[in-house]
Design a protein around this ligand. Structure first.
Ligand code: F6P
Length: 364
């Protein structure tokens, strides 16, 4: 039997920097082995839609420097609801679960794929892996998320770039904060995880960092701001992870009711009313954290994950997720990955210790 393979690759879940680097690395290392590679558009929707939405890759697709840019040349989807597809005339097509399974299966058959590489978060990997299982096709997962909470891997594509963006935002905010003697609050993404906030806060030298994993008190936030002022410094930097709750225990949701946003304004409003007359401003960094060129660290990780994924397929292995553990690239069983919960910040871990060592208030 020929060792030549036909593989598909797609990106799934929220985008981030480094996805195009991963796509190019998957495609080129597969083409270098003489394999055929098909890019599936808009996550698995490219297989659900009729006509199907895909392309066969050649080296010339990368004459344009996609891999140096943010976003994903294949498009993506994080709605978690593949049952609603946009038909070719623009109308919304409602598909039953059975119809979805059949379309996925037929799509894989029509392209005659041996395996699918899914560059995604754990949520979207879970969804696509079910379809792969039902269609009898092997899958390899490559983890990406700016939240850096993917199970079993210490690093995921997109985190390093997003962390640099948080750091740079703090650098910029520091100069204006000092000019106006302000308390500058910045809200960063991360959903239920505080990695981005905490590591961004350390690199960006913040005074306070509140993350979902560690409880805090409003009184101690206030105390820290007063201490900074008493030390002779007239401005402060405060990082809040979007997923923290108010001291009253409430999440701050965006109008879509699904994503978090706005906790920075809660603190700005409340702190402004204190007798200390703090001059407070709130900044929501938002989707800026997901854009821009990937840093060298994300390019290296994306390239190493992709080459490892192709190596696994060459060895005939599927249903694995590539991971970064203890300084090396390895892989774990996909089912095992799906069983492991998210990886939150360890309240007793190194980063929290470093932050506290620097005098940052990170909660109780
Ligand atoms: O999971 C990545 C992430 O950027 C989170 O940090 C954030 O809460 C969410 O996605 C935003 O999702 P959306 O792109 O749907 O607004």
């Amino acid at each position: 039997m020929s060792n030549k393979k036909r593989i598909g690759v797609l990106t799934s879940g929220g985008d981030c920097s480094g996805l195009n680097t991963a796509i190019q690395a998957v495609v080129c290392s597969a083409l270098n082995r003489g394999w055929d590679v098909f890019g599936i558009y808009n996550a698995a929707d490219g297989l659900f839609s009729r006509p199907m939405h895909y392309k066969q890759f050649t080296y010339t697709d990368f004459d344009f420097p996609y891999a140096r840019l943010g976003g994903t040349m294949l498009g993506t989807n994080n709605s978690g609801n593949p049952n609603q597809q946009i038909a070719s005339d623009g109308s919304i097509e409602e598909l039953t679960d059975e119809q979805l399974i059949k379309r996925f299966h037929d799509g894989i058959k029509e392209l005659n794929l041996d395996a699918l590489i899914v560059i995604g978060g754990d949520g979207s990997m879970a969804i696509v892996s079910k379809f792969c299982h039902q269609a009898g096709i092997g899958m390899i997962g490559i983890p990406k998320t700016i939240d850096n909470d993917a199970p079993a891997t210490e690093k995921a594509i997109g985190f390093a770039t997003a962390r640099d963006i948080v750091m740079e935002a703090l650098d910029r905010l520091d100069t204006t904060a000092t000019s106006h003697q302000r308390v500058m609050i910045i809200e960063v993404m991360g959903r239920g995880a505080g990695h981005l906030a905490l590591e961004g806060a350390i690199a960006g030298m913040a005074d306070i960092c509140l993350i979902p994993e560690i409880p805090y008190t409003y009184e101690n936030v206030l105390k820290k701001l007063r201490e900074v002022r008493a030390s002779g410094r007239s401005h402060s930097l405060m990082v809040v992870a979007e997923g923290i709750k108010t001291p009253e225990g409430k999440h701050s949701y965006a109008t879509n009711g699904r994503t978090f946003t706005g906790i920075a304004h809660y603190f700005a409003d409340r702190l402004s009313q204190e007798p200390d007359k703090f001059n407070v401003r709130a900044n929501i960094l938002g989707h800026v954290q997901r854009g821009g060129s990937p840093t060298a660290q994300d390019r290296l990780l994306a390239s190493a994950f992709a080459v490892h994924a192709i190596d696994l397929l060459a060895k005939g292995m599927t249903n694995r997720m590539v991971v970064y553990q203890k300084g090396d690239i390895t892989d774990i069983d996909l089912k095992e990955m799906l069983r492991i919960a998210h990886t939150p910040v360890n309240p007793n871990g190194t980063m929290v210790h470093v932050a506290r060592g620097l005098g940052m208030y990170v909660g109780e």
